[in-house]
Design a protein around this ligand. Structure first.
Ligand SMILES: [Zn+2]
Length: 168
């Protein structure tokens, strides 16, 4: 097993490396909602945060600046598409976008619908809990509806930036 350290000066870094110890190279990383050759969108199994999605680059790279500019734009365009679908369908008070990769250094963005009565609000979902559980006033997540909306938003290329995503 070799860990790849892509050079920032390499316009198209090698994508052959799939480290054995990288969870996002070995598994989907959640319930698959959508994928293409470039990236995938998964639903995170978290009862406190229905609709919590991750946008995961398929290739193993750890930093946004490891990617060519077009690929960075493409990944973010996917994040924005997911954000819009979650806003349209779940009407959250706020969307949180986050990218850490401290534990799994494989590029992925968290897209998290937040509500004023959710478990951690106004803290990050990884911060200190503010209440035992959310008030459960929201309707149950309709996974099939979410999946169909994401498929429509992403596959039909409503965002020009997503039409030609270079596979890094
Ligand atoms: Zn990986």
């Amino acid at each position: 097993m070799t860990m790849k350290h892509a050079s920032g000066s390499n316009p198209m870094p090698n994508h052959d490396s799939r480290p054995d110890d990288c969870a996002l190279c070995q598994e989907e990383g959640g319930e698959l909602l959508w994928r293409d050759a470039f990236c995938r969108v998964v639903l995170v199994d978290d009862a406190d945060y229905p609709g919590f999605c991750r946008v995961i680059l398929n290739a193993h790279h750890s930093e946004m600046t490891d990617l060519p500019l077009a690929a960075r734009h493409c990944l973010m365009a996917t994040v924005y598409a997911v954000e819009q679908v979650l806003r349209d369908h779940l009407q959250p008070a706020k969307i949180n976008l986050a990218s850490f990769g401290n534990v799994v250094p494989h590029l992925h963005w968290h897209v998290i619908p937040r509500y004023a009565d959710d478990r951690h609000f106004p803290n990050p979902v990884w911060g200190s809990a503010m209440r035992d559980q959310h008030a459960a006033t929201r309707p149950a997540l309709q996974r099939d509806v979410l999946k169909a909306a994401l498929t429509q938003a992403l596959a039909q290329g409503i965002l020009d930036a997503r039409r030609q995503c270079p596979v890094p």
